[in-house]
Write a protein that binds this ligand. Sequence first.
Ligand code: 4NP
Length: 163
Amino acid sequence: MKGKDKVSVLFVCLGNICRSPTAQGIFHRLVLSEGLDERVEIDSAGTGDWHVGKPPDPRSLDAAQKRGLNIAGLRARQVSPSDFDKFDYILAMDERNLADLRAMSPPHYQGVLDLFLNFGGHPDYREVPDPYFQGGRSFELVLDLIESASEGLLAHIREHHLR
Ligand code: 4NP
């Protein structure tokens, strides 16, 4: 993959209305700020289909807005088998998402299927905890973890693909 024109990243959670659209928005803002918009393609999806077509959860919209990020234009979609043909990185928010993705993944998948926080998170967290039934401060934690892992992911992509 080294020297490729473009690297593509898909963020995946359960509903695609809280964690993965937040990751899509935060990572996209970071990529834009580094002038790499033409080189890195970003999307998000959910393993479940309950919220397909819906905008992000209002609590995620609020938490992102507090950090100056507007993700209101995003719409939920479900992971599709063709995503394994399209994306170089498929990054799961938690172990359950990762297990579901592994079960879907074709044996020939050449990309990286991993937990997002393996690219840099917080020493106390391997997963981005599902905030949907938690509320309150859990939406801030989602942002904190995603901001930190996004920095690590972009550093990794620069190192491995964009040099
Ligand atoms: P997400 O959060 O996976 O971060 O989008 C959830 C959204 C909806 C549900 C669970 C988690 N749900 O059960 O409907």
